[in-house]
Design a protein around this ligand. Structure first.
Ligand SMILES: CC(C)=CCC/C(C)=C/CC/C(C)=C/CC/C(C)=C/COP(=O)(O)OP(=O)(O)O
Ligand SMILES: O=P(O)(O)OC[C@@H](O)CO
Ligand SMILES: [Mg+2]
Length: 250
């Protein structure tokens, strides 16, 4: 189902009900196209609120388009999680229009966004403006994005970057520990950051592999929790995480 132009509204409505959202990340370089539909339907049944589609290495627009075609029927938004300008497709409902705020490479701060902006405008693709901030382990995204990775326990820097995102008027700040990170963003970092933000919502992802951690991050103030690897590695566990998050009311 096409949800273009309605994605931000859907997210805001769900958050205003006191809910915490779960987004499922599909990495086009890793998903098995044979099982994708059934995995997606189990995730939707368990309460996932969105599909993030994106990856760092090995991701082509063709792979991206194939995945969105398979996910088309689901009544949850298909949102591009871009690693570069080649991953813009009108098949998606929205794109995280993101800037890697702690990158040392201007390309990932405003360079890719300059190229992408006119294309996105022409395609009338809905944008979720996002300050992408890589913390801790960082993973492939940190390497490719030449991020000056913030230590897990440097709360002051995490807060400062999050305030930056808000002062830029961004819809979201995405606190990223990196795909497959050995440990996730600290709940304490979330709860402190939450105190400083009025409008910008917090997305957290990277290394979230248990219901307990997901619940802690949700109760600490995360608005959207993203899991990727656990879906690929242990679907049962992933579904438990989605259910745990979906049952939370703040
Ligand atoms: C706005 C547009 C079109 C582009 C912006 C591009 C930016 C800012 C990129 C930041 C740096 C970067 C490489 C981000 C990747 C984000 C992402 C898709 C992470 C998930 O990647 P996984 O594929 O799960 O990680 P692995 O490759 O380690 O599996
Ligand atoms: O794959 P995981 O470790 O769940 O991370 C999700 C996302 O934050 C990766 O960019
Ligand atoms: Mg990948």
């Amino acid at each position: 189902m096409k949800l273009k132009g309605k994605v931000k509204k859907i997210i805001q409505e769900k958050l205003s009900e006191g809910r915490v959202l779960h987004f499922s990340l599909f990495d086009p370089d890793k998903v098995d196209l044979e099982t994708l539909y059934s995995i997606a339907s189990k995730l939707v049944e368990s309460g996932t609120s969105g599909f993030l589609i994106g990856g760092t290495l090995g991701v082509s627009k063709e792979k991206l388009d194939n995945i969105i075609d398979i996910l088309e029927d689901f009544k949850v938004p298909k949102i591009i999680f871009p690693s570069n300008v080649n991953l813009i497709t009108e098949k998606a409902d929205a794109i995280l229009f993101m800037s890697l705020l702690n990158s040392d490479d201007i390309y990932y701060v405003t360079g890719a966004q300059l190229i992408a902006a006119p294309i996105i405008k022409k395609l009338r693709l809905e944008t979720l403006s996002t300050g992408y901030v890589i913390v801790g382990h960082g993973g492939t995204a940190a390497h490719v994005g030449r991020a000056r990775v913030i230590p897990y326990d440097n709360i002051e820097l995490i807060v400062a970057y999050s305030i930056m995102a808000e002062l830029f008027g961004m819809d979201f700040v995405y606190l990223e520990a990196g795909s497959g990170a050995p440990e996730p963003i600290r709940p304490y970092a979330i709860s402190v950051t939450k105190k400083y933000l009025e409008n910008t919502k917090i997305i957290v992802g990277g290394g979230i592999r248990s219901e307990e951690v997901a619940k802690e991050l949700a109760l600490a103030g995360s608005d959207i929790i993203v899991t990727g690897n656990i879906i690929e590695q242990n679907l049962e566990k992933a579904l438990k995480i989605v259910k745990e998050i979906s049952n939370i009311r703040r």
